[in-house]
Design a binder for this molecule. Structure first.
Ligand code: ATP
Ligand code: MG
Length: 160
């Protein structure tokens, strides 16, 4: 493994939530987290843990099509995008998605490959693999200096 990536094994929903809590401590406005992984991998659980740790206790849907974009109102705003049903990156831009990606808050995107061309050059990618009923493997990858720094901080949190 190199300094840009980190593998974190999760053996329960709580493990995944605690990774989300750890990540929240290192985030700042403008950060984009690109989540990949199959249905039921734990992407939404992870985002909810990040949002809660950012001091968000309630969310409201801000997208025209239901559940696509949630905004959480916390210490810093947290935007939660589920790109699963998006037909194209353009559709996301038409909904005002561009502002979320370069905005005043943290933006976490499920099925981020759907809007790959829109992601900032420096973003944190998290791929979740399903290895068993409760067993997940999360591969974190920093694509630029800032996200690599976050990966380094998460590694340090784990004594690595
Ligand atoms: N280690 C784990 N981490 C996260 N979730 C787990 C884990 N083990 C079991 N689960 C369960 O897996 C499910 C994950 O659901 P979640 O909605 O977060 O998935 P998702 O990746 O967002 O799926 P989708 O692509 O459909 O949005 C939950 O029911 C959760 O309880
Ligand atoms: Mg989900």
């Amino acid at each position: 493994m190199d300094s840009m990536s980190l593998i974190v094994e999760s053996h329960s929903e709580d493990d995944t939530r605690s990774l989300g809590r750890d990540l929240a401590r290192h985030l700042r406005p403008g950060d984009v987290i690109a989540l990949q992984g199959p249905l039921g991998a734990g992407k939404t659980r992870f985002v909810q843990a990040v949002a809660a740790a950012c001091g968000c206790d309630r969310s409201f849907v801000v997208s025209p099509t239901f559940t696509l974009i949630h905004e959480y109102d916390g210490r810093i705003p947290v935007y939660h995008v589920d790109a699963y049903r998006l037909k194209s990156p353009e559709e996301f831009l038409d909904m005002g998605g561009g502002e979320l990606l370069e905005g005043d808050g943290v933006c976490l995107v499920e099925w981020a490959d759907r809007i790959a061309p829109l992601l900032p050059r420096d973003h944190l990618r998290i791929d979740m693999e399903v290895l068993g009923p409760e067993w997940r493997r999360c591969l974190l990858y920093g694509s630029g200096p800032h996200s690599q720094q976050i990966v380094g901080q998460l590694a340090a949190d784990r004594g690595l």
